[in-house]
Design a protein around this ligand. Structure first.
Ligand SMILES: [Zn+2]
Ligand SMILES: [Zn+2]
Length: 348
């Protein structure tokens, strides 16, 4: 889409519609919240620019939502007015399939994404670039007191996206070694979780400029430029785990060869294709695994883990009127490491 067209759509989306206009009435199991902050995810770029050709305008993006409860339905048990809460990438599911019964609502065939999807009641969901949102209690998460809401927002997508595969593959074993590919919104969270789990963390990046930040600020133990074949060679069969957050196309064989026997590489990004030699898996009994966000129980566990271990995303706070620049900077990978919109001070 042309930038101009995009900006026009954004202007409609951001300055006219995100008001009570789109907020539905509170049902018995609903929580209504006043949004204070919303993280800026690459998904916001994808759908504001209609990159999947399925955007429904006017479109209100945003699925890293933090705010304060303003109203609860009669049957709501877990929340009360004034609670700090978060909403992530989906706001509904069938609640009756195998996945929902296992708290894997993110894989429910009828899960409803937080924006640009048809909800159960037929309305189009509108995301967190907005002052309010109403969601069923099940898809709302308690942010523990004292955890800053602006830092909580990126946990709801970036945080859970890396936390879930790390837990699924038992990466929380102190003393083991983790490689993290890519140091953006997701990668920097994988580094933080890795250190909190007691892992020895190696960051793989294409950019030497990130070395100092990775080692001295994020606490990584090792930093490797992925194009440096000598450095890569020296790490052969040395890692227990790899979390691959790279969004762009990249070779897989060189990374898989770094895994020990039985090692696991978890991908969370969407390169256009995965190409590898079967020997990269077979000769090391290795696993390549995929994952997307996480179920409701895991999201709450992850938020609680971050609060208990003082894990905070690195953020750049912006006002809503900066969003077009922010989305372009996100495309240019020019952000350390997540933009968060200060919603509550943007609409005054
Ligand atoms: Zn996201
Ligand atoms: Zn379901």
């Amino acid at each position: 889409m042309l930038i101009r067209e995009f900006e026009i759509n954004m202007r409609h989306a951001l300055y006219i519609y995100p008001t009570v206009l789109f907020t539905r009435a509170v049902q018995s199991d609903d929580v209504s919240l006043r949004i204070t902050h919303c993280g800026v995810c690459f998904a916001d770029v994808v759908w504001t620019r209609n990159m999947h050709s399925d955007s429904i305008y006017p479109l209100v993006p945003g699925h890293e939502i933090a705010g304060v409860v303003t109203e609860v339905g009669a049957d709501v048990k877990g929340f009360k007015v004034g609670d700090n809460v978060g909403v992530g990438t989906y706001v509904n599911s069938c609640q009756d399939c195998e996945n929902c019964h296992s708290f894997l609502e993110n894989y429910c065939p009828k899960s409803v994404l937080t924006f640009n999807r048809v909800d159960k009641n037929g309305t189009i969901t509108k995301g967190g670039y907005s002052t309010h949102i109403v969601v069923p209690e099940r898809y709302c998460f308690k942010i523990p007191d004292g955890y800053p809401l602006e830092k909580a927002a990126p946990l709801l997508c970036a945080g859970i996206t890396v936390y879930t595969p790390m837990m699924r593959h038992n990466m929380n074993q102190p003393g083991k070694s983790l490689g993290v590919i890519g140091l953006g919104g997701l990668g920097h969270m994988a580094v933080k979780f890795g250190k909190a789990f007691g892992l020895k963390v190696t960051v793989f990046s294409t950019s030497e400029s990130k070395r100092d930040e990775a080692i001295n600020h994020l606490g990584a133990d090792n930093f490797v430029i992925s194009s440096d074949t000598q450095q890569m060679e020296s790490l052969k069969s040395s890692l227990h785990f790899i979390v691959d957050t790279a969004a762009g196309d990249h070779p897989f064989d060189p990374y898989l060869s770094l895994l020990k026997i039985g090692g696991v590489m978890a991908i969370v990004g969407f390169p256009s294709e995965i190409k590898m030699h079967p020997a990269s898996l077979n000769l090391g009994a290795r696993t390549l695994s995929g994952s997307i966000v996480g179920g409701t129980k895991d999201i709450q566990a992850m938020v609680n883990f971050c609060a208990a271990n003082k894990i905070y995303p690195e953020i750049e706070i912006i006002k809503m009127d900066y969003i077009n620049e922010a989305l372009q900077r996100l495309v240019n990978r020019d952000v350390k490491y997540r933009f968060v919109i200060d919603i509550q001070n943007s609409f005054q």
